[in-house]
Design a binder for this molecule. Structure first.
Ligand code: 5RP
Length: 253
């Protein structure tokens, strides 16, 4: 469960979150500004001379932009998607194939939802499978998110499940039996299935109230035809840098 950073006071007795990096906002911050703030703070977790695992999505993109500024301090990065690889290369950061890397000290990525135990829903950006793979070989998972992503119970955000295309109807039936309402993700403005970097299709499963994320992750992983489920509970976050209008809060799990 949530472990608190040392220190006192600033967050107040009703707020279990404590401060590590804080700043005084001069105005109301936009969601993008909150994402930028956590991306900047995440640079503190980068280990000099090493290969960094990098996630996918708008928050991860801000992190890549920050990483570009200190690129001479790192050896390179392993990307969790083709889009991330392209952005890293655009900043002149060497992108390594995971097959050539034994372990990664730190993985930095966003989330669609995170709970007080560090379990997450991910995959809104369609990269859940590669994100899970890179996270699995990383010693530390640093989640960067704006404050809206912290939830009491996972499941308001539809849970992405990547499937082998021929199995998508069969998997959808099983997910319905589990109480969900799966919906095939389509290319925007069309009725064509969205195709992931791995050639998979995505089912976004609404209507789940996920009280035991690790158990549901295991259960969905057992369904034949599932490539990966966007529940990151068995390997959840170690740290979450949460952007709020009052500063970046650090949650340790
Ligand atoms: C991509 C992801 C992203 O981390 C998640 O969708 C959050 O995205 P954003 O930072 O744009 O809010 O899991 O597959």
């Amino acid at each position: 469960m949530l472990a608190l950073d040392g220190g006192s006071g600033a967050a107040g007795p009703r707020d279990p979150l404590k401060w590590r990096h804080s700043f005084t906002p001069t105005n109301i911050m936009t969601q993008d500004e909150l994402k930028q703030a956590v991306a900047r703070t995440a640079i503190d977790y980068v280990v000099d001379g090493e290969i960094i695992g990098v996630g996918t999505g708008s928050t991860a993109n801000f992190f890549i932009d920050e990483l570009g500024k200190i690129k001479d301090r790192i050896k390179g990065a392993v990307a969790s998607s083709e889009a991330t690889a392209a952005r890293l290369r655009g900043h002149g950061i060497a992108v390594y194939d995971l097959n050539d890397v034994e372990s990664i000290s730190v993985y930095v990525d966003g989330a669609d939802e995170i709970d007080a135990g560090g379990a997450m829903i991910k995959g809104g950006g369609a990269a859940l499978t590669r994100e899970k793979i890179v996270a699995s070989v990383s010693k530390r998972f640093v989640c960067i998110a704006d404050g809206s992503k912290l939830v009491q119970t996972l499941g308001t955000f539809p849970l992405p499940v990547e499937v082998v295309p021929m199995a998508r109807a069969a998997v959808a039936r099983r997910l319905t039996e589990l109480g969900g309402q799966p919906r095939l993700r389509v290319e925007s403005g069309t009725d064509k299935p969205f195709v992931t970097d791995n050639g998979g299709h995505l089912l976004d499963v609404a209507g789940l109230s996920i009280t035991d994320p690790a158990a549901l992750e295991s259960e969905i992983n057992q369904i034949v035809g599932v490539i990966a489920v966007g529940l990151f509970a068995r390997r959840g976050a170690d740290v979450c840098l949460l952007g709020t209008g009052e500063g970046v809060k650090t949650l340790s799990f």
